[in-house]
Design a protein around this ligand. Structure first.
Ligand SMILES: NC(=O)C1=CN([C@@H]2O[C@H](COP(=O)(O)OP(=O)(O)OC[C@H]3O[C@@H](n4cnc5c(N)ncnc54)[C@H](OP(=O)(O)O)[C@@H]3O)[C@@H](O)[C@H]2O)C=CC1
Ligand SMILES: Nc1c(N[C@@H]2O[C@H](COP(=O)(O)O)[C@@H](O)[C@H]2O)[nH]c(=O)[nH]c1=O
Length: 365
């Protein structure tokens, strides 16, 4: 019996493969954490594919290798992890795969991961969350079971399962609706105003600005309003944080009904690598982004556009950063569609999300 199965037995929880509720044995939880962290490094690089991480363990629960999907067209996490195992001469010891998302069972840009796992010595698979993609939806798990693997899918509760769902929240939303996930990021000063002091475009703290750039890096597109473009001539590019996987958003959408985007600003944005488009009907914005392969977009706009998005219910989560009335740093998150928000991936925000009362703050003047 493996250490991992033994752990289940000692704790009295159902062993791998049963559908009954299971506590995650510590070696498996550790492997999930490693796979989640690796996948999180590529959030913002994989669209239209989801970010996925995979760890391969030996029968004692020791991690042999960890890998993630880097970008569409490149190997899936499981395929890369198996390749690393083989390259390192560790394949004979491979016994358990821990995958944040159900392995695929179709031939897309790469071969089916279920078959790659079945062709290896691995016979136990832990899955963080079933694939919401209708082309996969349970097929990978069924194929693995039919091929002789014991497969355990995590329960809905618990931090590990929540992190696996957070990783694919935009992908799940896009797969079901064709719409991009919209995160509004709003900076406010102590008086509740969004308008920066004269001569400046930002006013929040150093750490808040870093968080804003981390968010830019994690998303696939930035949405702004023509008022902001005209007032700030914003860069909206990723700075302040390293961009190891070339994750900077490629698409920049300006909500503008009157064709006022200045040619020189557009040319600058294009020179920085942006595909600049305009949107004259915000009702169509999520579909427009989704059709462009955007899973997750961040809105950085002024009070005019934010009020319109709020009134139309066109947001999935809403992050307010800045200074509270008492002068202290504030960080509020409102989540519209349950708790499966990708903002959970940011440690600073995970703390806010688990707070009993996440206060929502909506457009300031
Ligand atoms: N603190 C913060 O987080 C931020 C602050 N700002 C600040 O905000 C100020 C600019 O704010 P504001 O002038 O309100 O500009 P916005 O960036 O909010 O852009 C407003 C424009 O959005 C367009 N828009 C509004 N509703 C719709 C709709 N339904 N469909 C399509 N387009 C729509 C309109 O374009 P049209 O006129 O063509 O109809 C409108 O003029 C600046 O001072 C800037 O520094 C900006 C970003 C973030
Ligand atoms: N004022 C404000 C923000 N505002 C957003 O940042 C834009 C400037 O981006 P850039 O030109 O790339 O530095 C600005 O036009 C607006 O969209 N963001 C914040 O994190 N904190 C702030 O205080």
């Amino acid at each position: 019996m493996s250490a991992v199965d033994a752990q289940s037995e000692q704790t009295g929880h159902a062993p791998i493969g049963r559908s009954a509720s299971v506590a995650i044995p510590p070696p498996i939880a550790r492997a999930f954490r490693a796979a989640i962290d690796e996948a999180a490094r590529f959030v913002g690089a994989t669209a239209p594919n989801p970010p996925v991480g995979c760890a391969i363990l030996d029968r004692h629960g020791d991690i042999l290798t960890v890998a993630a999907h880097h970008r569409a067209g490149m190997p899936h996490a499981e395929a890369l992890a198996l390749r690393q195992c083989a390259e390192q001469g560790l394949m004979a010891r491979a016994a358990i795969a821990v995958v944040t998302l159900e392995p695929c069972n179709h031939t897309g840009r790469t071969g089916p991961c279920s078959e790659a796992i079945l062709a290896s010595p691995i016979r136990t698979v832990w899955v963080g969350v079933a694939d919401p993609n209708p082309r996969v939806a349970g097929g990978g798990i069924d194929r693995l079971r039919a091929g002789g693997c014991a497969v355990q899918v995590l329960d809905q509760d618990g931090d590990v399962a929540a992190a696996c769902r957070a990783l694919i929240a935009p992908f799940a939303h896009w797969s079901r609706t064709g719409r991009a996930w919209l995160t509004v990021k709003q900076a406010v000063d102590a008086a509740g105003s969004m308008i920066p002091p004269a001569g400046r475009t930002t006013f929040t703290s150093d750490s808040a600005l870093t968080l804003a750039h981390l968010l830019r890096r994690a998303t696939d597109a930035i949405v702004t309003g023509i008022g902001t473009v005209l007032a700030d001539r914003p860069g909206l590019d990723v700075r302040r944080v390293a961009d190891h996987a070339d994750r900077a958003p490629r698409l920049l959408v300006v909500c503008d009904r009157t064709g006022r985007v200045p040619a020189d600003w557009r040319a600058n944005a294009v020179a920085r690598g942006f595909d600049v488009r305009t949107c004259d009907d915000i009702a169509r914005l999520p579909e427009m982004l989704g059709a462009a392969g955007v899973l997750w977009a961040m809105v950085e706009a002024g009070p005019g556009l934010l009020a319109a998005l709020r009134a139309a219910g066109l947001w999935d989560d809403w992050l307010t950063i800045g200074v509270g009335p008492d002068g202290t740093e504030r960080l509020d998150v409102a989540v519209r569609t349950g708790t499966d928000t990708p903002l959970r991936l940011f440690p600073e925000l995970a703390a806010v999300l688990t707070a009993p009362e996440g206060e929502a703050c909506f457009p300031a003047s």
